[in-house]
Design a protein around this ligand. Structure first.
Ligand code: MN3
Length: 244
């Protein structure tokens, strides 16, 4: 039959194309599952803005990978779950959600508070870290920090002490109050400074998941290491925007 050869060739082609596609798809599925075991929804896990090992040796690559791909991804997935029945909430950003928790229906308020907070805090945290960002330059942020702490050494000491004062899981923050002054404060769990009426400038994650693999119980060593990673140019720009 004249068609048998072309047909079988087509079949072979189809089979191999299918096999290739299948391989491709399964690789992609595995990756996307690892990225976000999420029921799909309006909220997406923002990509880490650098490689997992970008903050070595201060933050190890494995911690960074688990922290972003598992912990941060879980907040996004759980936020999507929480807003699944609320089209109005689905249209909001995580910042709008954490700034308006009183408007979130009581039934999902705790879930939104924890998971929108988790997404918001981590997204800001990733951007706030950079290796070799250089020191803080003279300018409004430097002046505001000087007003609060006096000198840099005192600032680091007080920031560390504040970070150690967090009992259990939480964050230590440099926030901006209503008078555009910087305040040093902490929040529990994934609460944000917005809940305290302040604008978050810089937050350091002091949950154990942020440091346990490398530092075990030595939170002070982790915080001291992170002080080397502050992305001052980013914070300067953010300070200018938040105080404009
Ligand atoms: Mn975390």
């Amino acid at each position: 039959m004249p068609s048998s050869l072309p047909l079988s060739r087509r079949q072979i082609l189809r089979t191999s194309a299918f096999a290739a596609a299948g391989f491709f798809i399964s690789t992609r599925v595995t990756r996307s599952l690892a990225q976000a075991a999420a029921p799909s929804g309006p909220f997406k896990l923002p990509p880490l803005p650098y490689a997992f090992d970008a903050m070595e040796p201060y933050i190890d690559a494995r911690t960074m990978e688990i922290h972003h791909d598992k912990h941060h991804a879980a907040y996004v997935a759980n936020l999507n779950k929480a807003v699944a029945d609320y089209p109005d909430l689905q249209k909001m950003t995580t910042e709008e959600l954490v700034r308006n928790l009183d408007k979130v229906p009581e039934k999902v308020r705790t879930a939104v508070r924890n998971n929108a907070g988790g997404d918001y805090n981590h997204t800001l945290f990733w951007q706030s870290l950079k290796k070799d960002a250089g020191p803080l330059q003279d300018g409004p942020l430097q002046e505001a920090l000087g007003e609060l702490f006096g000198d840099a050494e005192t600032g680091q000491r007080e920031f560390l002490a504040k970070a150690l004062s967090v009992f259990g899981s939480g964050w230590v923050w440099l926030s901006i109050d209503k008078d555009k002054k910087i305040v040093l404060e902490t929040t529990a769990n994934q609460d944000t400074p917005w809940a305290l009426g302040h604008k978050p400038l810089f937050g350091l994650d002091v949950w154990e998941h942020a440091y346990y693999l490398k530092y075990q119980n030595r939170r002070a060593d982790y915080v001291a290491a992170c002080i080397n990673l502050v992305n001052w140019p980013f914070l300067q720009e953010r300070f200018d925007k938040l105080t404009a």
